[in-house]
Design a protein around this ligand. Sequence first.
Ligand SMILES: *[C@@H]1O[C@H](CO)[C@@H](O)[C@H](O)[C@H]1NC(C)=O
Ligand SMILES: *[C@@H]1O[C@H](CO)[C@@H](O)[C@H](O)[C@H]1NC(C)=O
Ligand SMILES: *[C@@H]1O[C@H](CO)[C@@H](O)[C@H](O)[C@H]1NC(C)=O
Ligand SMILES: *[C@@H]1O[C@H](CO)[C@@H](O)[C@H](O)[C@H]1NC(C)=O
Ligand SMILES: *[C@@H]1O[C@H](CO)[C@@H](O)[C@H](O)[C@H]1NC(C)=O
Ligand SMILES: *[C@@H]1O[C@H](CO)[C@@H](O)[C@H](O)[C@H]1NC(C)=O
Ligand SMILES: *[C@@H]1O[C@H](CO)[C@@H](O)[C@H](O)[C@H]1NC(C)=O
Ligand SMILES: *[C@@H]1O[C@H](CO)[C@@H](O)[C@H](O)[C@H]1NC(C)=O
Ligand SMILES: *[C@@H]1O[C@H](CO)[C@@H](O)[C@H](O)[C@H]1NC(C)=O
Ligand SMILES: *[C@@H]1O[C@H](CO)[C@@H](O)[C@H](O)[C@H]1NC(C)=O
Ligand SMILES: *[C@@H]1O[C@H](CO)[C@@H](O)[C@H](O)[C@H]1NC(C)=O
Ligand SMILES: *[C@@H]1O[C@H](CO)[C@@H](O)[C@H](O)[C@H]1NC(C)=O
Length: 591
Amino acid sequence: MGLLSVVLLLLLISVQSCWAQDDPLLPFSEHLDPEQKVRLKWGFDEVQDTILFQLTVNTSGWVGLGFSPKGGMTGADIVIGGVGQNGSYFTDRHAVGNSMPVVDQRQDYKLLSLNESDGQTVMKFQRSIKSCDEYDLPITTDPIKLIYAYGQTDDIKYHGTRRGTKEVNLLRYMPKVTPTDSKYFDMIMVNFTVPANQTYYHCKIMRTPDFDQKHHIYRIEPLIQNMDLVHHLLLYRCPPGVTEIYESQCYTEMSNEKCMEVVAVWGIGGGAFELPEVAGLPIGGNDGDVLYRLEVHYNNPNKTAGRVDHSGLRFYYTSILRQHDAAALMTGLEVRSRYAIPPRAKTFLTYGLCDTAHFAQVLPETPQDLQVFSVMLHTHLAGRKVRVGHFRDGKQIDLLAVDEHYDFEYQEVVNLGKTKTVKLGDKLLVQCTYNTENRTKLTWGGLSTSNEMCLAFLYYYPAMNLSGCLSSPDSNALIAEMGATNNINWLNMMLSKTWNDTSIYEYQQTLKRINQTLIVSNSNQNESYNTGTIPDLILTHSAPCQNASSNMGTTPNLGVTHSAPGVNGCPNERLAWMSLLLCLAVQWISS
Ligand SMILES: *[C@@H]1O[C@H](CO)[C@@H](O)[C@H](O)[C@H]1NC(C)=O
Ligand SMILES: *[C@@H]1O[C@H](CO)[C@@H](O)[C@H](O)[C@H]1NC(C)=O
Ligand SMILES: *[C@@H]1O[C@H](CO)[C@@H](O)[C@H](O)[C@H]1NC(C)=O
Ligand SMILES: *[C@@H]1O[C@H](CO)[C@@H](O)[C@H](O)[C@H]1NC(C)=O
Ligand SMILES: *[C@@H]1O[C@H](CO)[C@@H](O)[C@H](O)[C@H]1NC(C)=O
Ligand SMILES: *[C@@H]1O[C@H](CO)[C@@H](O)[C@H](O)[C@H]1NC(C)=O
Ligand SMILES: *[C@@H]1O[C@H](CO)[C@@H](O)[C@H](O)[C@H]1NC(C)=O
Ligand SMILES: *[C@@H]1O[C@H](CO)[C@@H](O)[C@H](O)[C@H]1NC(C)=O
Ligand SMILES: *[C@@H]1O[C@H](CO)[C@@H](O)[C@H](O)[C@H]1NC(C)=O
Ligand SMILES: *[C@@H]1O[C@H](CO)[C@@H](O)[C@H](O)[C@H]1NC(C)=O
Ligand SMILES: *[C@@H]1O[C@H](CO)[C@@H](O)[C@H](O)[C@H]1NC(C)=O
Ligand SMILES: *[C@@H]1O[C@H](CO)[C@@H](O)[C@H](O)[C@H]1NC(C)=O
């Protein structure tokens, strides 16, 4: 008895520390039922093509979770598990109607743990986001109908009313937390007449409302009045030295250059952005009279005159402080560095390196590891792919974020699916792929939509007083490598060069091979300069059609028939054959 209570106490302590220290692999959570007896937590890794679930149900009987095409049982992809007298059981099934779900021939779900205590069953399992089994439903960036059911015993039979449906966007989840004291303020342009220029960056230095104490911003919504004109916008925090309020064209006044610490970012096609429950963007408190710079990139290809705009961002905030202060860090290739993308390139790669080992050089406080939870990737019109590699001790350990189908018309802050730790000393490499096959002139790095950028904005906690971690190819090394003698001579060489596949590739490799200048800047725009080299980035392949073992984690055979009937009159063999073909095609396309 004494031993039992010690064990129970230990269990309780471990459970509580689990709650206190949220699992970084399971950042999202929803109750699926109104009674809050069924709770689903999840996290995912789109690069590795895995999604992890933890289903907690207040029952000691069987528990089931399904992905349903329409919300009912028919066609649903279902997992059922539990802890019974003879140990745990777990099966991947599918429902052909409102009847006992049939066990799939291929078991594509992997059970990680199954626990039952205190009348509660906790089932943790993993699957591929995509699916190659005709009975498994692929998970996409659209909302999906989740169905759940559970029994009072481990005898899997009709669940009665212990079931339900909830639609959730698993990969683009937006928590709907509304703190009791939620308020908002707007940072917008007012009555701004957009000039008749194709590219125009307008800047407005402004104040937030007065805050007597620190608050946390937990949600940012775009307020876009002219969707056809506003291309992207950013809000930067100004250092204490900036005290004057005004608006003007960007990058013409000195103080514009000083406000470079990104707080919020929105791109065309993007929606609202909500921070995880453990973090908020700090505002107010002891930071004095801090000013902000709103920068709006107007894209007016028709050079229409007289359009008036009121676009900006809405910030929802709360005085109920969250566990961590969050911040954004700009990483990638320095925007105004002297690099150019040659014309007629079907693919051209550029690289920007961030070495976190240099943070200490610009921070008075001891820097900390970054817990990264969201990222926005950014290039202009020629961008086709953006990849962010994560390196530790000289080895690539992960791809922090990847967009293999970068679309300039659709940019948003995306959730990483889990909180990724970037340890101090780790390096982040932003690699951009461009296509300039139809351009006849060099494309320079720069602010205009016809110029290029290669950036990744990382949202992380705990916040540090940092603004950028960028790099650019060392310009002296570049001049020397290309056989030029000085800037002007180099520029002429670039302009008159014959750009063919060979010379384009050589130039790309030169930019990558030579020393890079690494620039880390703090909130005061105090910068450190170091030298580094670009590591090789490997695209780790996800295996969407991995053959999972067919008896993963299960012990007893449930006595349910294993031969799946045909669907829609098709024989099973043919379906399996088609899915195999599809699977091979997917593998071939993605290789
Ligand atoms: C579910 O079970 C847990 C642990 O036993 C308990 O704390 C919680 O109150 C229960 N919830 C409901 C809605 O019954
Ligand atoms: C547990 O295993 C025993 C022996 O194999 C079997 O007789 C019994 O029916 C099993 N119980 C359940 C609930 O499956
Ligand atoms: C849960 O189950 C797993 C194996 O199924 C086991 O390793 C783990 O210790 C269990 N955890 C608790 C808290 O009982
Ligand atoms: C915007 O401009 C219009 C026309 O000039 C004016 O009537 C209106 O009061 C202005 N609004 C603000 C908020 O300044
Ligand atoms: C906008 O276009 C006009 C006319 O082409 C030009 O004179 C002006 O310099 C441009 N302004 C900016 C900010 O590019
Ligand atoms: C520019 O002009 C084209 C064709 O005249 C039209 O389709 C497009 O909507 C216009 N775009 C803007 C931003 O005004
Ligand atoms: C370049 O032009 C060709 C022919 O018009 C077109 O098929 C191709 O899609 C264009 N490429 C890009 C990147 O715009
Ligand atoms: C950042 O700097 C401000 C003032 O310069 C200071 O008050 C604050 O504590 C610093 N933040 C961190 C996280 O060190
Ligand atoms: C590419 O251009 C270079 C000159 O820059 C020339 O020497 C070379 O022969 C060209 N190669 C091809 C394949 O056209
Ligand atoms: C590259 O940088 C390293 C370290 O600063 C330096 O020792 C080396 O000479 C540089 N190489 C070139 C070619 O400039
Ligand atoms: C910027 O860095 C230099 C060198 O480390 C230091 O002397 C100076 O005080 C710093 N200035 C600010 C504003 O942080
Ligand atoms: C997948 O597993 C099944 C059964 O375990 C096996 O027959 C089949 O050959 C495997 N397929 C591949 C591609 O490994």
